[in-house]
Design a protein around this ligand. Sequence first.
Ligand code: GDP
Ligand code: IMO
Ligand code: MG
Length: 423
Amino acid sequence: MVDVLLGLQWGDEGKGKIVDYFAGKYDVIARFQGGPNAGHTLYVNGQKVVLRTIPSGVFHENTVNLIGNGVVLDPVAFKKESEDIAALGIDLTKNLFIAEKTHIIVPTHRALDKASELSKGTEKIGSTLKGIGPAYMDKTGRNGLRVGDVLSANFEELYSKLKQKHLQLLSHYDVTELNEDIANWEVEFFDAVKFLRTMNVVSGEYFINEKLKAGKKILAEGAQGSMLDVDFGTYPFVTSSNTISAGVCTGLGISPKWINEVIGVTKAYCTRVGSGPFPTELHDATGEKLRAAGHEFGAVTGRPRRCGWIDLVALNYTCMLSGVTQLVMTKSDVLDEFDEVLACTAYEIDGKQTKEMPFNICSANITPVWETFKGWSDKTSTCKQFNELPSEMKAFVSAVDNYLGVPVKFVSNGPGRDQILEK
Ligand code: GDP
Ligand code: IMO
Ligand code: MG
């Protein structure tokens, strides 16, 4: 049986914390898409850890972790992350497995990402510049290299062929200064490749299907958010993978029949990092207040996150796409100091109201239709049980639950491991 946990907004919903909270109930935690563009924050014994490619179950002794074939893995970022985790006393050679069909990010992917963004000028995606787009382009373009290739005797030759293709592409951009970066990145890359060869590389699809047959419980951990999905997100301001539950099957090699609960994570408000449409964004002091109260700065790039109220139209859409069966609402405590809390219940476009996501979300002139809730002006981060929460917060949670027709089963009231309340 496979449960899925994914973000329902534009990323950074608090997935890492929630996976870490649930991990003890599962035998395997598996990442199925994305790469080091992800930054999943956990607090382990009070210490902050940001995971990028490695699943958020690594801090649980009896949980095995799998990096699935749908992920793109940068050996350099992976080595650094592994060393940071090893310094916390975790032996990754025991609890981490990597699918041999996982595509790798090479230095020239990062250069291509940078060149592409620079060439777009003000229309840039706001990519994390980790090489994600170019690596997925090589996967679907049938040029990519996989972790299994890293183990082969002729890896350097395969790498060199791919690099030549990339240099040809780069020659179309005016970015000669990147040549020096590539040369430096290659030194780190080959060092990291040696490290990667010491890890447990497996046939991911056999590995996970054997676990399923043996009755093991698996949690598939999403990265990014559903509104960044390459098919259904705010295209072209999206990432390059399927972040919705459908991505689990192709990203791990399992049949849809195994999928059980789909746990959707949403903040009690909304944030986005990078460019692109964000209908409920607040450009005023309230937006600033949300950013300050929620410490809304990117876990990977440190960029300030754009902030706004919760968007129920977008959430309804993403719950539909993934067949979400239960919700976790995070960062509710961030709203403690607001006199009122708003939720967008419809979009007004050209004088007409709709509860559906328009095709032309990038060009449509969307005015959110708001429902206003009374604030609770009370500190909720010390509450230990859902019933202790102020009645105004409970009313807000119920309204979200009712609008989406999906039960909010947990409310997270702080970044700590124990700050989560079951409804
Ligand atoms: P992810 O990418 O979805 O794993 O989320 P990030 O780690 O990028 O961002 C979520 C941020 O919110 C992190 O700094 C978490 O420590 C923090 N966080 C998670 N849940 C809560 C919560 O309920 N309340 C507060 N105040 N912070 C939270
Ligand atoms: P987690 O897993 C928030 C955003 C980038 C950019 C767009 C494309 O921590 O929620 P890419 O690097 O994929 O080319 O960037 O997607 N983005 C994220 N935003 N959280 C993330 O991951 C993100 N991963 C990518 O900011 O707008
Ligand atoms: Mg994040």
